[in-house]
Design a protein around this ligand. Structure first.
Ligand SMILES: Nc1ncnc2c1ncn2[C@@H]1O[C@H](COP(=O)(O)OP(=O)(O)OP(=O)(O)O)[C@@H](O)[C@H]1O
Ligand SMILES: [Mg+2]
Length: 362
């Protein structure tokens, strides 16, 4: 870089990263040093996706931008750095004209105020959609019971061929009732009963029940940090979260099965900024990693919204429930997905260390 270039680079008021063709960080400007809380020298050579975590899968778009040497703009994503609270940002990515494969990556944090109001409205929109659905669910269930009963009565006087039709009515109504019950369950979710929990106990329970049921064709690998301290959470709700994630991974893998890795680790510096300006430390990390096809690109940025599903017969409530539970825990969930590698990452607060009683310490 020439002196002139250097001055421009250094005065650029937004975090900027220069990436080599292998997505490694070649250089960062002073604004990015502040943003990532590191120095250009010590971060050089590291994979960018390990330092900059983004809550929506953009590897595909990013690779396309590199291949076609065209710029890419991504608005409204949450960018975490592992060091600090994820921030709401817009991204600008551009190929470097004189160095093929090199990309310039600009991260512009949006105003915090904007983020908060937006988050709030998303939440209440989801809430009213769910409230409405709950009411409907309740109203529809009663007549459905009548329809099932009537079809069963009718079927008694019918021959085998016609009975197929009444059986169909019964089976389909049952399916709808089940769906409605899921909607109701969503509305019934109470606030978590927070207490110290051993995450690995929860994960073991989830793993065992997955292997006995929906995950029978999956291989589930435990990759645990045995020294992980207790989290603060509601074990039953966290079990629900993990089950939903495992189930999605198993369903995405399909009949042939696949591998899920459950990875836990401690990340001391992970903090979440709260609406009131305070920070919350979320050092306990749980990753559910699968080698399935990855998120369907058309819904990838909405998967946490209720009623968004990429599956036939999916209600789209699984991840909405997951995200509600995690947010009630004041935790954080993010996803990174490319075909063959999908990572759901949950970050949770740590339980305050129990004070040792005299007996224990002696
Ligand atoms: N591990 C994954 N791999 C690929 N796609 C996934 C994965 N997890 C979720 N998805 C996609 O996200 C969509 C939304 O998931 P979500 O759990 O919210 O709903 P669902 O599984 O469709 O229905 P439900 O969980 O209510 O039965 C899924 O339909 C699927 O397309
Ligand atoms: Mg699901």
């Amino acid at each position: 870089m020439s002196l002139e270039d250097n001055a421009i680079w250094a005065s650029l008021p937004v975090p900027a990263l220069l990436l080599d063709p292998e997505d490694r960080i070649e250089e960062i400007n002073p604004a990015a040093e502040g943003f990532l809380n590191t120095s250009s020298r010590s971060i050089r050579g590291q994979n960018v996706w390990e330092r900059v975590m983004i809550n929506s899968p953009l590897e595909d778009a990013f690779n396309r931008a590199r291949e076609t040497a065209s710029p890419l703009f991504v608005n409204d994503v949450d960018v975490g750095t592992g060091e600090r609270a994820p921030l709401h940002c817009n991204l600008q990515i551009a190929p470097l004209s004189d160095r093929p494969g090199y990309m310039l990556f600009l991260i512009s944090p949006r105003e915090l105020a904007g983020r908060m109001t937006q988050d709030h409205s998303v939440k209440s929109a989801a809430k009213s959609a769910i409230g409405m659905a709950e009411m409907l669910a309740h109203e529809i269930k009663n007549p459905l019971a009548g329809i099932t009963g009537a079809a069963q009565l009718l079927s008694m006087g019918l021959d085998a061929e016609d009975r197929e039709l009444t059986d169909l009515i019964v089976a389909e109504t049952r399916r709808v009732v089940k769906l409605l019950e899921q909607v109701e369950q969503f509305g019934n979710l109470t606030l978590p009963d927070l207490r110290p929990v051993n995450i690995h106990d929860v994960l073991d329970r989830a793993r065992r029940s997955a292997l006995l049921g929906f995950g029978a064709s999956m291989k589930i690998i435990e990759d645990y940090d045995p020294s992980l301290p207790a989290a603060i959470g509601d074990p039953d709700q966290l079990l629900q979260v993990v089950l939903n994630l495992l189930k999605n991974a198993a369903q995405a893998a399909g009949k042939e099965g696949g591998t899920i890795r459950i990875h836990t680790y401690f990340e001391h510096s992970f903090r979440l900024r709260r609406a009131d300006g305070g920070g919350r430390s979320l050092p306990l990390q749980i990753e559910i990693i699968d080698d399935g096809p990855g998120l369907p690109p058309d819904i990838a940025d909405q998967i946490f919204d209720p009623f968004v599903s990429g599956r036939e017969n999916g209600t789209g409530l699984g991840l909405a429930l997951v995200s509600k539970i995690i947010s009630d825990h004041e935790g954080w969930i993010s996803v990174n997905s490319v075909p063959g590698h999908t990572v759901f990452r949950i970050s949770l607060p740590m339980a305050p260390r129990a004070r040792k009683t005299k007996k224990e310490s002696s």
